[in-house]
Design a protein around this ligand. Structure first.
Ligand code: NZQ
Ligand code: ZN
Length: 404
């Protein structure tokens, strides 16, 4: 059905640039192409960068390294990336790449291995400290090319322009976004995600859905195609999460999740829309302070955030309730609230926390809340969010309400 206001009436769709240069090779045979992709994207000597052990246990690391050897591509390896990846390993990676004359970085893993690789890629050609980029004190003029073999569809880092690193000395978790950071290629085989623990599967789906929701919960309501794509993505992810949790080897469900993860954060669901990102920014403070899984931190905040802001755009929450959560349309405010409740119920069904007390096993203290709001608002100098602009005081209130 063509929406009424596409009949020529004045609409206010935002101009946009859609830039997604990543070559995605997807499916059961995707890994066969790694060496060929490395060559195609300029790798003569590469760093293979991975996490704590899942890539070793599954045999993926050996398979990729074997393929590189066979193709005559020299490489060095650096493992040990942890969730919420650390700056110290990034520094180590930068030194290693310089010493070895590396010209391409291949990440094997989820968002953490990919982000750590992107940060190393920014740091190698930069004479200063790579952390400068994350503090807004410098901008990279160049970066090494990065490719990845995805094992955890969650962050969308394989197609996003972002990179999130934790400085463990200052306990700051910060993101940096630049087109230079986009992966040149991403190799995605849904079978590799069969081994994900249920908690990571659920946290991954939560993160993927949130990447779209951060754009969907907008005050711009004139971009019907983007909104409809977002709604389809959210409905599909919801159904696929339940299937993948019931049967971890459900290839079709894993495929929807993996491809959904890439589309949710490559810019497709933001064309013509305003971005919000309040939940992400507030979550990054939680994962910096408590080292929690990012997706679980998001589900612990979203219901509280939604109830705090929904009156700023009831229509948007109604549309979400009806088109994504399948709630029959009724009185607007009641429908909006029923949609939020339904989302909360979905988080429960997939085993995600719906408040910060469930997330941490104890309530946040007032001083922890003040500190997170202080950091998130840069000492009260910035706001977050767009659907409703949140000040430092709003952040304090949301963290407080999130204790439930
Ligand atoms: O380290 P290993 O042993 O590989 O284990 C990982 C890790 O413990 C495990 N895992 C990954 N693939 C697996 C597997 N276990 C079994 N089978 C597999 N196939 O899962 C755990 C989590 O992995 P991680 O990479 O940390 O998770 P995720 O992909 O969720 O990435 C999280 C990081 O990405 C950032 C987050 O803040 C967090 O630091 N984000 C990055 C974004 C971006 N660059 O665009 C956007 C996001 O909003 C997010 O902020
Ligand atoms: Zn995220």
């Amino acid at each position: 059905m063509v929406p009424d206001h596409l009949d020529g009436a004045d609409v206010l769709v935002k101009d946009f640039i859609y830039y997604t240069p990543t070559e995605v090779v997807f499916g059961r045979s995707a890994e066969e192409h790694v060496a060929e992709l490395v060559r195609k994207h300029g790798g003569h000597k590469i760093l293979v960068h991975y996490g704590g052990g899942s890539a070793k246990r599954s045999g993926l690391l050996d398979k990729v390294c074997g393929q590189l050897s066979e193709a005559g591509i020299p490489f060095v390896t650096l493992g040990g990336v942890v969730p919420n990846p650390r700056l110290s390993l990034v520094h180590e990676g930068i030194e290693l790449c310089r010493r070895e004359g590396i010209d391409l970085i291949l990440a094997i893993g989820g968002g953490s291995a990919i982000d750590s690789s992107k940060a190393i890629a920014y740091g190698v050609p930069y004479p200063g400290d790579v952390w400068d980029f994350f503090c807004g004190e410098a901008k990279p003029a160049a970066a090494l090319p990065v490719g990845c073999v995805v094992t955890n569809p969650a962050s969308g880092s394989e197609m996003s322009d972002s990179c999130v690193i934790t400085n463990e000395e200052t306990m700051d978790k910060r993101g940096y976004s630049s087109p230079l950071g986009r992966c040149r290629f991403a190799v995605s085989n849904p079978e590799r995600t069969f081994t994900l623990p249920p908690y990571q599967t659920a946290a991954g789906v939560t993160d993927i859905m949130m990447h779209t929701m951060e754009r969907y919960f907008s005050n711009d309501m004139d971009m019907d195609l983007t909104e409809a794509l977002a709604e389809a993505l959210l409905r599909t992810l919801k159904a696929s999460a339940l299937r993948a949790l019931a049967n971890p080897e459900d290839y079709q469900a894993r495929t929807q999740i993996m491809w959904g993860g890439s589309l949710a954060h490559n810019g497709l669901t933001e064309c013509g829309m305003q971005r919000d990102w309040a939940c992400h920014k507030m979550e990054h403070e939680l994962s910096a302070m408590f080292d929690v899984t990012h997706g679980a931190g998001l589900s612990a905040l979203w219901p509280t955030w939604a109830r705090y802001v929904y009156k700023s755009n009831v229509d948007r929450f109604v549309r979400f309730a009806v088109r994504v959560m399948g709630i029959p349309a009724g009185a607007p405010e009641e429908t909006a609230l029923r949609g939020i409740e339904a989302m909360e119920q979905f988080y429960r069904e997939i085993g995600m926390p719906v408040n910060t007390t469930e997330l941490l096993g104890r309530p946040l203290t007032d001083s922890e809340i003040e500190e997170m709001a202080r950091r998130c608002s840069h000492d009260g100098s910035i706001t977050v969010g767009n659907l409703r602009v949140l000040t430092r005081q709003d952040m304090v209130q949301i963290y407080k309400n999130s204790r439930a």
